[in-house]
Ligand binder design. Structure first.
Ligand SMILES: C[S@@+](CC[C@H](N)C(=O)[O-])C[C@H]1O[C@@H](n2cnc3c(N)ncnc32)[C@H](O)[C@@H]1O
Length: 351
C-alpha cells in the first residue's frame, strides 16, 4: 500500500516541510527587515570593514538596541554576520545591499519597503476575491507611478535607481541576444533612466535612441546616459504613454512596462504606439517582459505576478496572454525570443 503525504504527517507528526513552511510564512518579516536595513544604507557603512552597533546607529540615526535586533534577524538568514567581538560585517549576500556594486539590489530592497507597496499586501485577501488591486485606494485614486511622482519623491528616486541597478548586468545580455542593430532609431517607452537603451546603443553604435518616460525618470537620465557614453545619440522626451508616444522610431521597446498594467491599460499604450507607427509596416514593437512558464517549477515571475496583482493591477503573462493582448491592440506576434531570464522578447508588427 502506498503512503500519501497526508498519511505520513498523521503517522509521524510535523517534519522538515513544516519548518520550511514556517520560514516561508515569515518571508514578509525577512523582507521587511532587509527593506529597512537597505533604506538605512547599513551595507555601505560596512563596506570598509566591521562596525559596532552603536556606531552604525549613530551614523544612521537609529535606535541602537532595535537596530541590533534587525541586524541579528538579518544575520540569521545569512545577510550580515555578527562577529565574536559584537561588531557586524558583510556576508556575500549582504554585499548586494551595497549601492554601486555590480548586481546591487540595494535600491530595490529600499523601494519594496515603500509604505503603500507594503500595505497592498495587507489587502491581498480582498484582491483575490475581487480581482482588483488595492493600491489605488491606498494612494487616493492615483496609480503607483503617479503617486510616486507626486507624493513620494524619495521613493521615486529609489525606484528609478532600482530599475537601473537591475539593468546593470541584465541589459547588456539582452542587447547581445537580439539584433536591435537592424533598427536605425529605437524608442524605449517607459525606459526609466535609460540604462537599457544605453546597453542597446553601446552594442549597436549606428543606432540612435529616443528615451520616453515620466518627468521624474527623464530628469535623472542625463548622468546615466553620459556615464554610458551614449548621451549624444539619445533624444529625451517626457510625457505619459497613455496620451501619446513619439513617432518616427523603427522599433518601440517596452521593457518591464506591460507587467505593471492590466490588459485594458496595456492596450491603450500599444494603441498609442500603433498610432505613432502609422503606415510603417516594417516597424516593430519589442516587449521585453516575463513569459510565465507552464508547470510547477519555481520562477520569480510567478511571485512577481502576485505583487503586480495587489499593487497596481498588473500581471505577468503566458504566451497565450501575450498573443491575445498584442492581437487585440493592432499588432500580430512575429516571434517570442528567449533572452536573459526572467525576460523574453515578444516581437510584434503592425497589422
Ligand atoms: C518597471 S519600470 C521599467 C523601467 C525600464 N523600462 C526598465 O526596464 O528598467 C516601468 C517604467 O514605466 C514608467 N511609466 C509609468 N507610467 C508611465 C506613463 N504614464 N508614461 C510613461 N512612462 C511611464 C515608469 O516611470 C518606469 O520607468
Amino acid at each position: 500500500m502506498t503512503t500519501t503525504p497526508t498519511d505520513r504527517v498523521q503517522e509521524q507528526g510535523p517534519g522538515e516541510e513544516q519548518q520550511e513552511l514556517l520560514m516561508m510564512l515569515a518571508g514578509k518579516w525577512v523582507a521587511g527587515t532587509l527593506n529597512v536595513l537597505a533604506r538605512l544604507g547599513v551595507a555601505d557603512l560596512l563596506a570598509d570593514g566591521p562596525c559596532g552597533v552603536e556606531d552604525l546607529a549613530a551614523r544612521t540615526e537609529s535606535h541602537a538596541p532595535t537596530l541590533h535586533r534587525f541586524l541579528r534577524a538579518a544575520a540569521s538568514v545569512g545577510v550580515f554576520a555578527e562577529r565574536g567581538d559584537g561588531r557586524f560585517e558583510l556576508t556575500p549576500k549582504a554585499q548586494y545591499l551595497r549601492s554601486d556594486v555590480p548586481g546591487s539590489l540595494r535600491y530595490l530592497a529600499y523601494f519594496y519597503g515603500e509604505t503603500t507597496v507594503w500595505n497592498c499586501w495587507g489587502y491581498a485577501y480582498d484582491t483575490v476575491r475581487t480581482g482588483e488591486p488595492n493600491g489605488r485606494k491606498l494612494r487616493e485614486g492615483k496609480n503607483f507611478f503617479e503617486y510616486l511622482e507626486q507624493e513620494a519623491p524619495e521613493f521615486a528616486a529609489a525606484f528609478h535607481k532600482a530599475m537601473s541597478e537591475l539593468n546593470e548586468s541584465r541589459a547588456p545580455k539582452i542587447a547581445d541576444s537580439f539584433d536591435f542593430g537592424r533598427f536605425p532609431t529605437i524608442a524605449d517607452i517607459g525606459g526609466g533612466q535609460g540604462r537599457f537603451l544605453s546597453a542597446i546603443l553601446r552594442r549597436y553604435p549606428d543606432s540612435r535612441g529616443i528615451l520616453f518616460d515620466i518627468e521624474t525618470a527623464i530628469a535623472t537620465a542625463p548622468p546615466v546616459l553620459a556615464a554610458q557614453g551614449v548621451a549624444d545619440r539619445v533624444e529625451l522626451v517626457s510625457g505619459s504613454f497613455f496620451d501619446e508616444v513619439p513617432s518616427g522610431a523603427d522599433a518601440y521597446t517596452l521593457k518591464a512596462v506591460m507587467h505593471d498594467w492590466a490588459d485594458a491599460e496595456c492596450s491603450k499604450v500599444l494603441g498609442r504606439i500603433r498610432q505613432a507607427i502609422g503606415d510603417d509596416a516594417d516597424a516593430r514593437v519589442l516587449i521585453v517582459d516575463g513569459v510565465v512558464p507552464e508547470g510547477n517549477d519555481p520562477h520569480y515571475i510567478k511571485l512577481m505576478d502576485i505583487s503586480m496583482a495587489v499593487t497596481n493591477g498588473g500581471r505577468e503573462r503566458t504566451v497565450a496572454d501575450w498573443t491575445r493582448l498584442v492581437e487585440e491592440s493592432g499588432f500580430e506576434v512575429v516571434d517570442i525570443h528567449p533572452t536573459e531570464p526572467p525576460h523574453s522578447i515578444v516581437e510584434a508588427r503592425p497589422v
